[in-house]
Design a protein around this ligand. Structure first.
Ligand SMILES: [Zn+2]
Ligand SMILES: [Zn+2]
Length: 262
């Protein structure tokens, strides 16, 4: 068994031709002699995620669980499309969807008004998580939640198993809970929406800069940092890295299709 991160969508809320909206796979991969079997825990599911998943030749049927950080459309509005595709492909095994308070009502409303996958043969378990939840079993991992600081309620997820600790912020401005979320993590996936020159925009929209993300990684003893939620209409990957690598060298910028072993 090996684990890797597969970035399906790495865009901020501003549209981009190169980047899809937020969608990241934690892939547990089992190699057999003639085939490769995967199980995937999805982190966020922004609009169009199903096409980004297909572009990497990933089967949506291999997704066992979906963790939603918050209800902004660039993190959530692809959920119904992924579920429709699972139904069309005749899924039978259960799907677990986790997210902040309000997820059950959101899903029930979507179900009522759009009749998504109304004849599906699989059960969808929708679970709301409080901030400060510890050790919920998700696939083979233990998941804990942390309260990020954003314009609406946002859960940061810390995912642990015997091999690794992964931390994912979703959208947030710098806060002490990011440090708790990522303390000693093997990998921190941190949003980096604005550059330092636009720090005022980062504060007013409650987002972070690469320099702030790198500072969090350094303070929390994180081993590796990947920046995502990128506005590439605005800056190059080199520009983003150059802003922060002096204080945290183990940094890279996510792009759609990137895979990183854990
Ligand atoms: Zn966002
Ligand atoms: Zn947001």
């Amino acid at each position: 068994m090996s684990n890797l991160i597969r970035f399906f969508g790495t865009s901020a809320a501003a549209p981009s031709l190169k980047r899809g909206f937020a969608c990241i796979g934690l892939v547990e991969e089992e190699k057999h002699r003639s085939s490769r079997e995967e199980n995937i825990v999805l982190l966020d599911c922004g609009d169009g995620s199903i096409r980004k998943i297909m572009e990497t030749k990933t089967s949506c049927l291999s997704i066992s669980d979906i963790l939603i950080t918050h209800f902004h459309s660039d993190h959530l509005s692809g959920l119904a499309q992924v579920i429709e595709s699972m139904d069309i492909q005749k899924r039978t095994r259960e799907l677990n969807v986790f997210g902040p308070k309000g997820l059950e009502e959101y899903f029930a409303q979507i179900q009522r008004t759009t009749c998504i996958a109304s004849k599906r043969k699989f059960i969808i378990n929708v679970s709301e998580l409080d901030t400060g939840t510890k050790g919920v079993k998700v696939s083979d991992h233990k998941v804990s939640t942390f309260e990020m600081q954003h314009t609406i309620s946002c859960l940061g997820y810390r995912i642990e198993n015997s091999d690794f600790v992964l931390a994912y912020t979703g959208d947030t401005e710098p806060c002490v809970e990011v440090l708790n979320l990522s303390e000693g993590a093997d990998l921190l996936i941190h949003e980096a929406t604005f550059l330092q020159k636009d720090i005022d925009k980062a504060r007013s929209s409650k987002h972070s800069t690469p320099l702030e993300a790198a500072g969090d990684a350094e303070k929390s003893g994180t081993r590796n940092l990947v920046l995502t939620h990128i506005n590439d209409n605005y800056e190059t990957e080199e520009g983003i890295v150059s802003e922060c690598k002096t204080i945290y060298p183990m940094v890279r910028v996510a792009r759609d299709g990137l895979e990183i072993p854990l």
